[in-house]
Ligand binder design. Structure first.
Ligand code: IPD
Ligand code: CA
Ligand code: CA
Ligand code: CA
Length: 263
């Protein structure tokens, strides 16, 4: 498949950092792991991946801003463009040797995400999306699942870390949905949850208290695959609030109807 110059830059950066993460995965015991808060791990692999991504992206597009989970915000001369990067989404999975983690790169122009790349180096699955041009998994065009009965749907969620978010609310949400859907999943990497919705592997996903780097690339992936994504009240500001719900138009609507009033 012929990528645009922009997607090429993002894919190259993701693949290089991904090769390194894969190497690190084989040597988890040598990675210095520290805690940012209770059950909130960060390792040398996260930090090294972010440095590599910054290096490649800044070299290809000098002046763009850079918002990364581990290094904070780096301003650029170009105030209209910013990379929004999670160098390792799913750190807890990674550190347990669970091959469900990804590099997530979004590019925002004047606050709107115009391109996204999500790459899982463990299984070499590469998701790309560009505004108006569709979403793809390893060159296959993506389309969200078409189910229109909640009791046939598999829905994923995220749960808050120890000491963060509203645990009671998370349980209330699951209780409200558990006898209405065909199945729940908790995979542990928000960017891939969104990519799975785009790929039609799961029908819906919701999570609260995410950060822009968890959502940016996945949001455009879902939209370009024909899905609907919003905050849990149904407003188009998931990226700002960090609360996200998505699915096809029907599933999204049902989830907003059930979850919206709880929060
Ligand atoms: C986390 C993962 C997880 C989600 C957390 C995120 P990290 O990202 O996406 O699925 O539930 O809220 O913080 O810290 O592994 O990059
Ligand atoms: Ca983290
Ligand atoms: Ca993350
Ligand atoms: Ca991360």
């Amino acid at each position: 498949m012929l990528y645009s110059a922009l997607i090429n830059v993002m894919v190259k950066a993701a693949r290089r950092a991904g090769r390194n993460l894969k190497r690190d995965l084989g040597e988890i015991e040598h990675l210095q792991v520290s805690l940012k808060g209770p059950a909130n791990f960060v390792s040398k692999a996260d930090k090294r991946a972010e440095e590599m991504l910054y290096e490649d992206l800044a070299k290809a597009r000098p002046g763009y801003g850079f918002i990364g989970e581990e290094g904070g915000t780096r301003e650029g001369a170009d105030k209209t463009h910013a990379w929004i990067v999670d160098p390792l989404d799913g750190t807890t999975n990674f550190l347990h040797g669970i091959p469900q983690f990804a590099i997530s790169i979004g590019l925002a122009r004047e606050g709107t995400v115009i391109a996204g790349v999500i790459y899982n180096p463990a299984n070499d699955e590469l998701y790309i999306a560009e505004r108006g041009k569709g979403a793809f998994l390893n060159d296959q065009r993506l389309r969200v699942a078409g189910r229109r009965r909640l009791d046939e749907c598999v829905v994923a969620c995220g749960l808050p870390h120890i000491g963060r978010g509203d645990h009671q609310l998370a349980l209330k949400e699951m209780a409200a949905l558990q006898n209405k859907v065909a199945g729940f999943r908790r995979f542990g990497a928000a960017s891939l949850d969104l990519a799975f919705v785009a790929a039609g592997r799961i029908d819906g996903y919701w999570e609260r208290n995410l950060s822009p780097w968890d959502i940016a690339a996945g949001q455009i992936m879902v939209r370009e695959a024909g899905g609907t994504i919003s905050d849990i009240g149904g407003r188009d500001d998931a990226l700002k609030t960090g609360h996200v719900v998505c699915g096809n138009e029907f599933v999204h609507g049902e989830l907003v109807k059930i979850l919206g009033p709880l929060g």
